[in-house]
Design a protein around this ligand. Structure first.
Ligand code: F6P
Length: 307
């Protein structure tokens, strides 16, 4: 459930293989919580020509996923108006009716919050921490994060050569919401000169000074990584868009625009030409790294072992 990450299928596969080795049947709810609500599920199998054969390196999720499907505050139409209803009892009923012994929730903070609430209603739930942002509480590392960092580091390598050739400041905007993990670790891996993260409000003049110091040493290009949730010291938040906000349903704000803003300001302050690249959904799609395949496999196998 929630935004997809690379490694989703690897977790599903490990759950299935461990289950199959122990004579346990597994079913997947189509599109996560939405499927649970509609009781829309499919039997999953890794044997023969089963629907889960060969999925280890495959990006996305073979059973889909839904973002913003909070079953405790689900948007429904009533008399032409959008209202929010707690439909979690329907999910509980479906789980009981389908005789499901244990529910695995592969998701980030919002998914796991609902998972906890379902467990409070008596459902056996095992949460597997998923998100490229690496910001799930009580967890050192989430699956999908390593792939996102690798994609960002690769982008930085590519920006490095074009930036150096044209003597430019190359700004890369990465995802992460309120967590700077992707920005910070890709910056280290990609040898960036400046990293702006949400946890530390930035002073654009300091960033410009760092670039000028490099210029003074004869380096007339710089690499800057900006996390989508980074914010300047004066607290400007025009890059945190209100579009799509639905606070009642627990739908959070959209980020976007900090990269171009930082590039423009750095160009003005340093006199160097600046260009911005927004990496976006490249960080979530495609095949997982070997690290994420291993982590996802360990998570999936352990989850079924616990079940
Ligand atoms: O939480 C994962 C994430 O990819 C964030 O880094 C990003 O801000 C958000 O999801 C984008 O969400 P959506 O898929 O709704 O555009």
């Amino acid at each position: 459930n929630g935004g997809d990450v690379s490694g989703f299928n690897a977790v599903i596969r490990a759950i299935l293989k461990t289950a199959e080795n122990n004579g346990v049947e597994c079913y997947g709810f189509i599109d996560g919580y939405r499927g649970l609500l509609k009781n829309n599920f499919v039997k999953l199998s890794t044997s023969g020509d089963g629907n889960a054969v060969g999925i280890l390196p495959k990006g996305g999720s073979i059973i889909g996923s839904s973002t913003n499907a909070n079953v405790f505050q689900y948007p429904v139409e009533e008399d032409g108006k959008k209202v929010y209803k707690d439909l979690s009892d329907i999910c509980v009923e479906n789980i009981r009716k389908d005789e499901i012994d244990c529910l695995f929730t592969l998701g980030g903070d919002a998914t796991q919050k609902s998972a906890r609430d379902l467990s409070l209603k008596g459902i056996n739930v095992i949460g597997v921490p998923k998100t490229i942002d690496n910001d799930v509480a009580c967890t050192e590392i989430t699956f999908g994060y390593n792939t996102a960092v690798s994609v960002a580091a690769d982008a930085l390598d590519r920006l490095h050569t074009t930036g150096e050739t044209h003597h430019r400041i190359m700004v890369l905007e990465v995802m992460g919401r309120y967590a700077g993990w992707i920005a910070l670790e890709s910056a280290i891996a990609g040898g960036a000169d400046v990293a702006l993260i949400p946890e530390i409000p930035y002073d654009i003049n300091k960033a410009a000074e760092a670039i000028k110091r490099r210029q003074a040493k004869g380096k007339n290009f710089s690499i800057v990584v900006v996390s989508e949730g980074a914010m300047s010291k004066d607290g400007e938040n025009e890059t945190h868009s209100a579009e799509g906000i639905d606070a009642q349903a627990g739908i959070s704000i959209k980020f976007g625009g900090i990269g171009p803003k930082v590039a423009k300001e750095l160009q003005e302050l340093t006199g160097l030409e600046a260009r911005c690249t927004v990496l976006g959904y490249m960080q979530r799609g495609g095949t997982p790294t070997a690290y994420d395949r291993v982590l996802s496999t360990k998570y999936g196998a352990k989850a079924m072992e616990l079940a």
